[in-house]
Design a protein around this ligand. Structure first.
Ligand SMILES: *Cc1c(COP(=O)(O)O)cnc(C)c1O
Length: 442
């Protein structure tokens, strides 16, 4: 197929067999228009499309490719593991090794349960919280995305935000009723919800630093406030680091914000995904033994998975975490800062009012005077930004060989493989894209 079919033909054929031609809606070009780019390979900072075009990649598989695509050591570890068997359905020492690596970075993660997706990790966290407290209600923040389980789809970010959906069809009224949605960064609203329903609330789940409504970092003290309020009411704090964990620093956003070795707050449960699997399907729920031992087979909260802790996935995770040393994080931080400067300069010289928001090396761009003047603190403010400037910006970058996330509500991801040449290609593409954003019409 590669080289013989146009991207339009590939896409049309895909749409005949697969809803929207994609296995996950964020891959569609719904909000930017045009034809999604089907890929055949990726290496380092680049992806190769089926039509032979090569792009500098700022999606990085939505986070996992911290070391760059197809890092030779990660690929070799997976190949070695594969040669020993693809899946056993029995415990392995690799799982123990990966759990120890996680605990070494995030000390309150005393015990770890491995699953295959971030969705399973957060879904299980909710079940543990309900099992631990005997309460039904959960609180989430508008614009935070925690995967696609029923309880967590209300006012979700990521693809739900991109599609402009209030939630999802197929979620029962009962499930929606048990999920209370509060504006992000709003301590008073969280206190009000606890004042009204505190005795019913099992947990508050939050993205450690939200990056699925664009990057909307917690205001100083916000995560600490969640900790205080949940503790006052006997509810758990579930910290979703599926996106930020091991990406923004060795101990995730928690390590960046709470400060080690004497953290200003400690959540009850934490979820990991994306980087922890190094590009393979692997995610995790972690926390103190007192909570994790509520899970079967020790405790009464049931959870299971045929491919959980799969040997290929654990091999990729172990190798990725082992290689992701301080130098890797420093490098990604540095390239991110350089790129942020270049994006800001290009937009400023094209006269496009904007605000670049960051959470560690993650960042995204919000367009418009309001965003520029005040910043974006909530999902409502994110949606009120001039999102119409993004599609032409995105397509101009794509034409110049730079693949951005196909939605203004997603973070830009860099890797340790984004070198000077990759950065230069991005920087050279920016003026045209900034001009396209400037002339965009609502
Ligand atoms: C990606 C993501 C999830 C869901 O993970 P999947 O592996 O896609 O199921 C959950 N929470 C956050 C914060 C995420 O970014």
């Amino acid at each position: 197929m590669p080289g013989h079919m146009s991207m339009e033909e590939v896409y049309r054929h895909a749409c005949e067999l697969i809803p929207g031609g994609v296995s996950s809606p964020v891959r569609a070009f719904g909000s930017v228009g045009g034809t999604p780019v089907f890929l055949q390979a990726a290496s380092g900072a680049h992806v190769l499309a089926v039509d032979g075009r090569r792009y500098v990649d700022l999606v990085c598989s939505w986070g996992p490719a911290l070391l760059g695509h197809a890092h030779p050591d990660v690929v070799a570890a997976v190949q070695t593991a594969a040669s020993r068997g693809l899946s056993f359905g029995a415990p392995t020492t690799a799982e123990v090794e990966l759990a120890a690596l996680i605990r070494g970075r995030v000390p309150f993660a005393e015990k770890v349960r491995f699953v295959s997706t971030g969705t399973e990790a957060t879904m299980t966290a909710i079940r543990v919280a309900r099992g631990a407290t005997g309460r039904d209600v959960i609180v989430k923040f508008a614009g935070c995305y925690h995967g696609h389980s029923d309880a967590l789809l209300a006012a979700a970010g990521s693809g739900v935000a991109t599609a402009g959906l209030p939630g999802s069809a197929g979620v029962t009224a009962a499930s929606a009723r048990d999920t209370l949605v509060v504006p992000y960064n709003d301590v008073a609203a969280l206190e009000a919800v606890f004042a009204a329903r505190g005795a019913e609330i099992a947990c508050v789940i939050t993205e450690a630093a939200p990056a699925n409504m664009g990057v909307v970092p917690p205001l100083p003290g916000f995560n600490e406030a969640i900790r205080r309020i949940t503790r006052e009411h006997g509810a758990l704090m579930v910290f979703d680091e599926v996106l930020t964990g091991f990406r923004v620093g060795p101990a995730g956003w928690w390590g960046v914000e709470a400060g080690l070795p004497n953290p200003s707050y400690v959540p009850d449960l934490v979820t990991f995904g994306k980087v922890v699997g190094g590009g393979m399907p692997l995610a995790a729920l972690a926390g103190p033994a007192s909570l994790l031992d509520l899970l079967a087979p020790v405790g009464p909260v049931y959870q299971a998975g045929t491919l959980s802790g799969n040997p290929l996935a654990t091999a990729a995770g172990i190798t990725t975490l082992t290689l992701a040393d301080a130098g890797v994080y420093a490098r990604v931080d540095r390239v991110s800062a350089q790129l942020q400067d270049a994006v800001g300069a290009a937009l400023a010289s094209a006269g496009v009012p904007h605000r670049i928001q960051t959470a560690g090396s993650l960042f995204s761009v919000f367009f418009g005077e309001d965003a520029a003047a005040r910043g974006v603190r909530t999902y409502d403010e994110a949606k009120a930004a001039e999102t119409f400037r993004y599609p032409p910006f995105f397509h101009a970058m794509l034409e110049s060989g730079v693949a951005l996330p196909p939605s203004v509500f997603e973070a830009w991801f860099l890797s340790a493989a984004h070198d000077g040449a990759a950065l230069e290609q991005i920087v050279n593409a920016l003026p045209k894209a900034a001009a396209a954003a400037a002339s965009a019409k609502a």
